[in-house]
Design a protein around this ligand. Structure first.
Ligand SMILES: C[S@@+](CC[C@H](N)C(=O)[O-])C[C@H]1O[C@@H](n2cnc3c(N)ncnc32)[C@H](O)[C@@H]1O
Length: 249
């Protein structure tokens, strides 16, 4: 079994990963992005909130989805190549991300951001760090896309990553987290990366001690599957509970 520490994350190739997954948007990603937009568009947040995206890799759309609400967005990433890629890309993002912004701009708060490219450059802060080293209770909203289940074969490391993500958010913070369902691992170029098989019940149980208004939605694969060895995508949305570990019922 490969743990997170057994993998060379500095060898994760951001250009190959981005080209394979995000150069043109799949129907699945369009659906995830629209659901994320709708969660944050209706969230009661201060205009100067601080957002957190964990394990950004070479995907900018979770950060773009937090842009209208944030004076600062932290992209917290572990792989050195991804960190370099992110620092370059947020400074003046590539035209293909405009397709993501077009989906976001269907909701009013996004249209009020006059120039998203400039806004992201001004507000994004890339940090080289592990999810397991996130400081507690720092951020007002958060995203984590395809990270907790796609960084290790160990279920305990999946749970610890979800715990670290929710602990980094303040009470009341809305969050959106995406997962591959039943993933058997994935390749970036010809290099394999580990994953742990999870389903909607597992994701719900992982977030339940920390979250209110928790909904886990399953998105069945639409069209051609880009990544091999998974059965669908899962999106967990909710709000961090004021007192963790207390069951409201
Ligand atoms: C499957 S990729 C997901 C990338 C991106 N979030 C997306 O939506 O496509 C997994 C990401 O998790 C990152 N990662 C692996 N171990 C990590 C850790 N300990 N802390 C934070 N990120 C980590 C990898 O570097 C990679 O960017």
């Amino acid at each position: 079994m490969y743990s997170n520490a057994d993998t060379d994350w500095d060898a994760f190739d951001p250009a190959q990963y981005m080209a394979h997954n995000y150069l043109s948007l799949t129907p699945d990603d369009r659906r995830l992005l629209a659901l994320t937009r709708d969660r944050f568009a209706t969230a009661d947040l201060p205009m100067d909130a601080r957002g957190l995206d964990v394990g950004s890799g070479s995907n900018l759309y979770p950060a773009l989805a937090m842009l209208p609400h944030c004076r600062e967005i932290t992209l917290w990433e572990y792989g050195a190549g991804n960190v370099d890629w992110l620092r370059t890309e947020v400074a003046d993002y590539s035209p293909h991300w405009d397709a993501c912004w077009a989906i976001l701009a269907e909701a009013a708060p996004y249209r009020r951001v006059g120039a998203p490219r400039t806004a992201l450059a001004e507000r994004a802060r890339v940090v080289h760090g592990s999810v397991y080293d996130l400081p507690a209770t720092q951020w007002d909203l958060g995203t984590m896309f395809f990270v907790a289940e796609s960084m290790s074969e160990l279920f305990d490391e999946f749970l610890a990553a979800v715990d670290a993500f929710t602990a980094a958010l303040k009470p009341g913070a809305p969050f959106v987290a995406a997962f591959m369902e039943n993933s058997e691992g994935y390749a970036v170029g010809d290099r394999p990366f580990p994953a742990v098989g999870i389903d909607s019940g597992t994701v719900h149980a992982a977030f339940a001690p920390a979250a209110d208004e928790l909904v886990v939605e399953r998105i069945a694969p639409m069209g051609e599957k880009l990544r091999d060895g998974y059965t669908g995508m899962l999106l967990a949305v909710g709000r961090i509970r004021a007192e963790r570990g207390t069951d409201p019922c």
